[in-house]
Design a protein around this ligand. Structure first.
Ligand code: ADE
Length: 827
């Protein structure tokens, strides 16, 4: 087994950790983790010792290799001493590349961690699995991570409970990733979901893709089951600290009997072995039964110092639910005995570049003033800080505007050259283009900040005509014709937006091709609706439902040469998309437009419209039925084909299948692009598979309930698949074939991750939008999707080209098709 290891973490300037920003290398690559801190259970030779188990380094024989002929049951380990408390978000492994002479890698591994050097805990994912898939690619890696400044080493709490309410699914409010022990209904000695950086949603009953059950992110308790009217929690820290505040992320769905706590009372323990101090810090919240949003409640802890705190959170309603707790504190200079092992975490002012395992360095001095003298000086200090901050903010805004103008005026070539240099210099190994930079302090809400970048920018949602999000530019429908790198004014655009009726943004086409529609304009055959026999519901969206139906005598009805699958009897199975009876007239119009467009599409990789029922309500469109459902569902239920999957009859797909899927989607998109059709929502969820695994591109609407977390809602006005959208579509509302190419890159990425992960799963929607700002700014801070473990490097290069900043650098669908086809045939 050859293994390179990269451990990464990020520098936290806020008390609570944000896994999406926690993405700094810990030093396995650049040597900040010293050779002495990397040990192993054994080594094969001197030249394959543990110190050579570093990413992207070719020293020694280029990797760590344990001794002996290993059997699958053998356990060997590589151990890294991080020398400080660390929030690890991603561990990247890399096979032995050895200047292309090696091709060895660890397929799977386990990760054990210890906070005190004694108790070792096996990391488990949210499904409870301890096995992590290794990177089978020998020269690519993934890079994320950051320092853990809370210093919190454990919390204890009563075990979470299950909420049961008639008409709702059971909501299990336990701490499913807690790594301590459960003893007499109490969680003891570990950390878990309250410190994982993931906050719960407002409506905890809804589940997102990564959540396993309703309420997954919350730890919650019922008032009457605990007795005293409060929940008591204890928090242990690595050393004595001066606490400024505690932030508790709480749910507030009062309609379900959940509210933030009414008050909290905390006592402190100055030293590990001392008693609890008698005087508590007490804080009352202002209860809110108007706004059901989950929120952070900040509890001032008045600079009290301690190595532990015990807090009682008092119920305001039947339930109390927390998803995250974090502390703002400064370290006291005298280390407690057990901090010998932990060593000093970074101060808030140190940049991650300085995290080189320095031990015992504190740069934040604790505040030790008496309350009386402290009061005025704190006030003056605060005022001065606020004034300074304002000056800095004004300066930054002016500076940004100036830089923006200069950049926009500068010859375009400069920016383009920068991109090329960046890409080529990293050629094979880029994953994250982002050099480790300290997280920037966000001055504006991210959404506004991104949009402020473009002085010409107007909120696309506000400019909508016809119900969609944005209108693509008719001059931009083909990717490589006349792209203006200077941003066109939004109002120049002249395309009719077709919003699909099940909530979709259906294909958009130049205004000239779609006039205002009436039923009479529809040329596709009207099928007698009484001959559609309902079988089951296939899906639903905001504006309608899709049903599986038998269509009696459809083959005869359509006549010779109809594109129907082989049928046993007279009936044909079809999918029937039906408009809701109470749909608005806009939705009706859009439905008719969608029919008109679909009736013109004729390609083996595009879903085919067979007939319609539009003479009476409800309006229906009848399409071919695809037995294997959508590609996202299909792939997420399969593993990559291997002897194991064969032996155990596990549903699987081969690499050749995946490539064939990619080719078919490229082919369907090539056809759409040849007609200047812009899809605007290409993703695996919108690709259907028939019995023979033929893929047909379709569009079910952005509000399909199943995939609603893939869409971003702009204050109820539009839903956008932002994780699939090119930067210019997000920032400028510009949808073109080139932005479809971007989405194709993301779709490829989904295919080769077998749809196990949502794109940018570590980023929130707001951060995804911010990231598109980074693509626009092009200063090397943009984050790319990392290479899926199964993905051949040349394919990842293709994806990266789809995500080129400049649309002229993105490939066309024809060239994508040409590039993919040979792969599919040879594998
Ligand atoms: N779900 C939505 N449309 C479908 C179709 N045409 N075939 C199968 N499942 C579907």
């Amino acid at each position: 087994m050859f293994l390179f290891l990269l451990l990464v973490l990020h520098s936290k300037t806020h008390a609570q950790i944000d896994p999406a920003l926690c993405r700094y290398p810990l030093g396995m690559e650049d040597g900040r983790i010293k050779n002495d801190d990397i040990t192993a259970s054994s080594q094969w030779y001197e030249t394959t010792g543990p110190q050579y188990g570093r990413l992207n380094k070719e020293e020694g024989d280029g990797a760590w290799c344990p001794a002996g002929q290993l059997q699958p049951s053998d356990v060997q380990y590589l151990q890294v001493d991080l020398r400080q408390l660390t929030f690890v978000t991603v561990v990247a492994t890399q096979g032995r590349y050895a200047r292309s002479s090696g091709n060895e890698f660890a397929r799977k591994y386990r990760l054990d961690y210890s906070r005190d050097g004694h108790r070792w805990i096996s990391w488990r994912n949210r499904y409870g699995s301890e096995i992590i898939k290794g990177n089978v690619n020998t020269y690519a890696s993934v890079v994320f991570g950051c320092p853990w400044q809370d210093g919190l080493t454990a919390y204890s709490a009563p075990e979470g409970q299950t909420m049961m309410a008639p008409g709702f699914p059971n909501t299990l409010l336990n701490d499913s990733t807690y790594d301590g022990v459960l003893e007499r209904r109490k969680l003891l000695g570990g950390l878990g979901q309250l410190t994982d950086g993931v906050i719960g949603q407002d409506d905890f009953v809804q589940t997102r893709q990564y959540q396993l059950w309703p309420g997954y992110d919350y730890l919650g308790w019922r008032n009457d089951s605990l007795g005293p009217g409060y929940v008591e929690m204890e928090f242990q820290f690595d050393r004595q600290r001066n606490f400024t505040s505690m932030k508790v992320h709480c749910n507030n769905m009062f309609s379900r009997g959940v509210k933030v706590f009414s008050s909290v009372s905390c006592v402190f323990k100055p030293h590990l072995i001392s008693e609890w101090e008698a005087e508590p810090v007490v804080f009352s919240t202002v209860l809110d039964d108007r706004n059901p949003s989950a929120r952070y409640v900040t509890v001032p802890l008045l600079q009290r110092s301690g190595t532990a705190t015990r807090c009682r959170f008092f119920f305001a309603d039947t339930w109390m639910m927390f998803s995250e707790i974090s502390f703002h504190s400064a370290m006291n200079p005298v280390p407690t005995p057990w901090s010998r092992v932990m060593t000093t975490p970074l101060s808030e002012t140190e940049s991650p570049a300085l995290t080189t395992g320095k031990t015992g360095v504190t740069t934040v001095s604790p505040k030790t003033q008496s309350p009386e003298e402290g009061g005025t000086s704190i006030l003056i200090g605060c005022l001065v800080t606020i004034i300074l901050l304002l000056v800095v903010i004004i300066f930054l805004i002016l500076w940004c505007q100036y830089v923006y103008k200069v950049l926009e005026k500068a010859p375009r070539r400069i920016l383009e050259e920068e991109v090329t240099v960046r890409l080529s210099s990293c050629s094979d190994t880029i994953v994250l283009q982002t050099p480790p930079v300290p997280p920037r302090v966000s001055l504006d809400p991210p959404y506004e900040r991104v949009f402020l970048l473009d002085p010409q920018y107007q909120d696309p949602a506000a400019l909508r005509c016809g119900g969609g999000y944005a209108e693509p530019d008719v001059t931009q429908c083909t990717p490589h014709q006349g792209f203006q790198t200077s941003v066109p004014h939004y109002a120049e655009t002249d395309i009719v937006n077709l919003q699909g009726v099940t909530g979709s943004n259906m294909y958009s086409v130049p205004a000239v091709t779609v006039d205002s529609l009436t039923r009479k304009d529809i040329s596709v055959a009207e099928f007698p609706r009484e001959r559609l026999i309902f079988r089951e519901k296939l899906g639903e969206g905001q504006f309608g439902e899709v049903h599986l139906c038998e269509a009696e005598g459809l083959a005869e009805f359509l006549g010779e040469g109809a594109p129907l699958p082989e049928q046993d009897g007279r009936s044909v199975l079809v999918a029937v998309k039906q408009l809701r009876a109470d749909a608005t007239s806009n939705a009706r119009n859009d439905f008719l437009k969608e029919i008109k467009i679909m009736s013109r599409l004729n390609d083996p990789n595009i879903i085919r419209l067979l007939c319609v029922c539009v003479r009476s309500d409800p309006l229906c469109m009848v399409t071919e039925y695809m037995e294997n459902g959508d590609l996202n569902m299909f792939l997420s239920q399969r593993e990559l084909e291997s002897t194991l999957t064969h032996a155990n009859n596990i549903p699987s797909v081969s690499m050749a299948d995946l490539l064939h899927m990619a080719v078919q989607i490229a082919s369907g998109m090539k056809y759409l692009a040849s007609l200047n059709f812009v899809h605007r929502d290409l993703a695996t969820r919108n690709c259907l598979l028939d019995r023979q695994l033929t893929i047909k591109i379709s569009d079910f609407g952005m509000s399909r309930n199943l995939y609603s977390s893939d869409y971003y809602r702009i204050q109820g006005r539009a839903v956008l698949p932002i994780r699939w959208m090119a930067w210019e579509s997000i920032l400028l509302g510009k949808f073109t074939t080139a932005s479809d190419v971007w989405a194709f890159g993301v779709t490829l990425w989904e295919i080769f991750t077998l749809c196990t992960e949502q794109p940018y799963s570590l980023l929130t929607d707001e951060q995804v939008i911010e990231n598109s700002g980074e693509f626009f700014r092009n200063q090397g801070r943009q984050i790319y999707l990392s290479p899926p473990p199964l993905c051949p490097p040349s394919l990842y290069e293709l994806m990266m080209r789809c995500w080129s900043r400049d649309i002229r650098d993105r490939p066309s669908f024809s060239s994508l098709y040409q590039a993919l086809r040979p792969h599919a045939h040879h594998s």
